[in-house]
Each structure stands twice: as C-alpha cells, then as structure tokens.
Design a protein. Structure first.
Length: 392
C-alpha cells in the first residue's frame, strides 16, 4: 500500500521525506500512500517510549466540555508534538435550543484521573463503529509506560437513605435512558441539557421531558431543579442529572439529605492503572485488521499504532489539502498502520479535525505540519501529546 518498498516500521525508501528527530526518541516524517481513490499524503510521528525522556499524555483545554486547536493545546502543555483525539459532540441540529457541548464521545483519563466515561453507542458522533467495537474502546498508556488498546467501563453508584443506584454517566454529553449521571468541576460551565436528549439507539430523538437535577456539596443535597442547568461546578461539588426513572429517583431527595457518589473507570484487560486514555475505535489487533472494516468510504484520517510490546507509538495524520483530500478508507488505515510496523492500531477523529503539530528543534512553539481540510485548524476537545525533556 505504501508507495515504494518498505520495511516494517520504516517509511518507504524514495517516497518519504528524511526523518527529522524532534527530540530524543521522537521522529517526524511524511510520505505518499497509493490508495484506492488516489494518492494520500501522510505525516507520521514515531515515539520511542523506551526512553525515560519520552512520555505520552492527554491534551485537553482543562475542561471536558471545551475545545481548542491541537497547536494551542500542545504549546500550552509544553508538548513537543501532538495529534487530535476523540470524536465529539460537534453539532446539535436535531435539538432546537440545545447547544453542542464540544465534549468527546469516549472515556478520557489525564494524569491518572478519570475525566469522563463513554456515551451510549447510539449517541456517538462519527462514522459507524466496526462490528464488535463500542464507545468504551480506548487507546491508553498505563502507569508503567506501555501503550495498549483497551475498553473502559464506568463503575459507580449513588448512595442515599433510600438505597444504592448505579451511576449511568460521568461528565457525558449523553446519558442512558432512565439513568442518573454525575457532573463534576471537570465538566466546565456548558449547559448539561444535552445529556437528557436522544436515546441509547437514536441520537436525534427528542429531549426527555422527565428530568431532574440535584447539587451535592460536602456529601449533602444543597439544591435541586426540574431541568439540567449550566455554569461552573465548584471543586468538591457534584451535580446529579437524572432522566425518566433516574429523575424520579432524584426527586425523592431533599436539601440536607446525605448522598455519597462513587465513580471510577474499570479496564477490561489490565489491572495496571492508566496514566492516559483517549476514545476512538480499534482497527487492527495482533497484526490483523478487524473484520468488517469499511473499504469503500475514503476520508482524511488520524490514527495511532502500537508496536514493540507497547513501547513504541506511531501517530498518523493525513493531508486534507485539495491535492490529497481523497484520503483512506478505514480498511486502508488498518493496512497502512500495519505496513508501518504496528501490531495494534486505533482510529481517531478525522476530516476537518485531523491535525498533526510538532515543534521545530530549538523552538518552544508547536506548529501544524499537515494541511487541515478546511485550511485552518478545527478546535477539538482533546488530543494525544508527546512530551520530552527540552531539546538541547
């Protein structure tokens, strides 16, 4: 698939730019890919996480329901490079009067702290998920510095004098029908109304008319409202939002009642805690493309690949310029990442979101290296940042 001959893990000779070392353990290169619908131009970061100087983390604006460009996020965080991350709640044309939150679809972990959980599959923005995948799928790096693909499920509860209720969401733009979700200071000031719109299978379904919200501070109810509100949430305060059966359960609470809220994200394949995780969906596992990957729809893509037992990370972003914007199908993304040496690979948000930014050695500002589809960077909710000690 890659133009010219290639060794596993290396760009094809004669078709690639010379690899540039951005910092010890971080290389940048670009090359052409002969795809079914034309030539695509790729930009790739190779990250060697065996080096103690190199780490990977979540880029985000400080709140879940907020957006900024990849170059802004990377520069402000002190990253040497980065790419855009998860798909997100980008528009709300089906729900008049309800604003898009800008929040991402899947789970997110930053510096070991769970920021949010996954929305229901039917509430997802982005292309259709491959068979057997879900919004809970993540690309993550564990505390021991190994990258891996996994799935993160929310484990949480709300405990009152009436008993325990399973928690249905954490800082999510969409809650399961009949559930109660928790919103913390990590959410931001954006309205929580979108959380009660749509259903588990239909993102465009009307907003629920049976809703209730309760604010918890110091373990006690301090206020309530019939509809989800907006505004910043103080540190140590939790806002519970309920819809249908969840709303009916919250209406039983009164100011002064004791409430305990517990939540965590549980991995399906490891007990080692994650230092970082971002949502998307897998396209390659153990060197094999997932069954049923779309092989007809080409688009500008962003992807991440894992090699060398999780010690090497490959970050790919395509050009969106007029000469190269036919892009790749998801099946071609999987094949490309395998050609580059990946054993596992993960698709991230694409189209106008696709961005790869990197620092020129000797500078502190991160600049965009690919050509975004719209000609300028799109603000995104999160991304993958590559961090090192300062270039010498």
């Amino acid at each position: 698939m890659l133009a010219g001959a290639a060794l596993a893990g290396a760009a094809p000779a004669g078709a690639a730019s010379k690899a540039v070392e951005l910092a010890p353990g971080v290389e940048y290169t670009r090359f052409d890919i002969d795809a079914a619908k034309g030539v695509a131009h790729a930009h790739v970061l190779r990250v060697d996480m065996r080096s103690r100087q190199v780490s990977v983390g979540l880029l985000y604006p400080g709140k879940v329901a907020a957006r900024a460009t990849v170059s802004q996020l990377a520069t402000s965080a002190g990253a040497v490079a980065g790419v855009n991350g998860d798909f997100f709640n980008i528009t709300e044309t089906q729900h008049p009067g309800v604003a898009a939150t800008g929040a991402s679809v899947g789970p997110a972990i930053a510096r070991g702290r769970a920021l949010k959980a996954a929305v229901p599959n039917g509430q997802r923005f982005g292309p259709a998920l491959p068979p057997g995948t879900s919004t809970k799928d993540v690309l993550g790096v564990t505390a021991d510095g190994r990258a891996r693909l996994d799935s993160l499920a929310l484990d949480g509860s709300v405990t009152t004098a009436e008993g325990d209720l399973p928690l249905g969401g954490l800082n999510q733009y969409a809650l399961p029908v009949g559930s109660v979700g928790a919103f913390t200071s990590d959410w931001g000031s954006v309205s929580r109304m979108r959380a009660v719109c749509g259903t588990d299978t239909d993102r465009a379904a009307p907003c629920s008319t049976d809703t209730h919200e309760v604010r918890i501070a110091d373990g006690r109810v301090v206020s309530s409202a019939d509809s989800p509100g907006s505004g910043a949430i103080d540190s140590g305060t939790t806002v519970l939002v309920g819809r249908e059966a969840g709303a009916q359960w919250l209406r039983k609470l009164s100011p002064g009642d004791t409430v305990k809220v517990r939540h965590r994200l549980v991995a399906s394949s490891t007990r080692t805690p994650y230092a970082f995780a971002v949502g998307g969906y897998p396209v390659l596992r153990s060197g094999r493309p997932l069954p049923g990957l779309n092989d007809t729809t080409s688009a500008v893509r962003t992807a991440a690949g894992i090699a060398d037992g999780g010690r090497r990370l490959l970050l790919l972003a395509l050009d969106g310029s007029p000469a190269y914007r036919t892009g790749l199908t998801i099946a071609e993304v999987a094949a490309t990442m395998r050609d580059l040496g990946s054993v596992d690979a993960f698709s991230l948000d694409g189209g106008g979101s696709t961005t790869l930014a990197a620092r020129t050695p000797g500078t502190t500002e991160v600049t965009v290296r690919n050509n975004p589809s719209a000609g300028t960077e799109r603000p995104v909710p999160n991304g993958i940042g590559v961090f090192t000690t300062p270039w010498r």
